[in-house]
Design a binder for this molecule. Structure first.
Ligand SMILES: Nc1ncnc2c1ncn2[C@@H]1O[C@H](COP(=O)(O)OP(=O)(O)OP(=O)(O)O)[C@@H](O)[C@H]1O
Ligand SMILES: [Mg+2]
Length: 269
């Protein structure tokens, strides 16, 4: 369990308060979305979890142990991070070296290192780029290289900061499938996103950040069927909107559910 306990934060000496008294637990096996308006502090929360920023007050705990003062390198034993701009985290000359950097730092060498790197590159579907220079590849490919780097470290948690923004439908589908695979492998996925289709269709939990606080923390179906997501600038997923137009207004978490409900309503199949 990874927790933020009464965490408040501002940048610099006297910067404006970004987060106030944040209380959050991230349990094993969850697929958690973190959402909210631009500038609400989503990336800041993930930087606090990974150790790239330290809280102004409050604590970060991992399995009951206070890790607030541990830096990002120390915390990489349990949490991996895919940046909003993945090219900023790539500095090696080949994809293979890039993916191998983390496990090398963890002390892996030789055949053991090669095996974890190959496995991670295959899982993230970047094996064919193994000997290429990461920074000249497309953003989607870089995103999956960053995911491979995180997978190679075998962390319990992985944070992905808006991986699908600006990606086309095909790339989004690949990323969605990859995130589901990670979750099935027992990794807790923390996804910063504005994509409400992914939130409704895939996430087990959604956290909304607004006005420096946690404005909502619950399941996507409660957010979209009982909550007022529009107050926080969030759109309804297409499947949820369309489901509401059917008799009985069923909650449809994805388009497959909508199609099933539509057929039932029409008495087809
Ligand atoms: N390094 C920094 N120094 C000072 N202020 C910062 C810094 N990084 C972010 N901020 C400010 O902190 C606030 C929260 O930023 P953050 O990047 O966490 O928001 P976000 O929810 O991730 O936004 P977006 O949806 O645009 O990615 C914003 O007002 C931003 O301008
Ligand atoms: Mg951000």
């Amino acid at each position: 369990m990874l927790t933020l306990q009464n965490v408040s934060f501002h940048y610099g000496e006297n910067g404006p308060e970004i987060l106030q008294n944040i209380q959050l637990n991230f349990g094993r096996g969850e697929f958690v979305a973190v959402t909210g308006r631009n500038g609400s502090g989503k990336t800041t929360i993930t930087r606090l979890l990974t150790g790239l920023e330290k809280p102004t007050s409050g604590r970060v705990c991992y399995n009951g142990q206070d890790v607030t003062r541990e830096d990002a390198a120390a915390r990489s034993r349990f949490i991996g991070y895919v940046f909003q701009q993945p090219d900023r985290q790539m500095f090696m000359s080949t994809v293979r070296e890039e993916v191998g950097f983390g496990p090398y730092q963890q002390g892996k060498r030789g055949a053991e290192l090669d095996a974890v790197v190959d496995e991670a590159m295959h899982k993230a579907d970047v094996f064919r780029f193994a000997d290429e220079y990461p920074r000249t590849l497309s953003r989607g490919d870089q995103q999956r290289i960053a995911i491979a780097s995180a997978l190679a470290m075998h962390t319990e948690y992985i944070v992905l900061d808006e991986p699908t923004s600006g990606q086309d439908g095909r790339e989004k589908k690949r990323l969605s499938a990859l995130m589901s695979q990670m979750r099935e492998a027992g990794i807790t996925v923390i996804l910063v996103t504005h994509d409400m289709d992914i939130v409704a269709g895939q996430c087990t939990r959604v956290i909304v950040i607004a006005d420096h606080h946690v404005a909502f923390d619950g399941t996507p179906d409660v957010l979209f069927s009982e909550g007022r997501p529009e107050e926080w600038g969030l759109a309804y997923p297409a499947s949820v909107r369309m489901g509401r137009s059917l008799p009985g207004a069923p909650y449809c978490k994805d388009m497959a559910t909508f199609c099933e409900m539509y057929r039932k309503a029409r008495g087809i199949g």
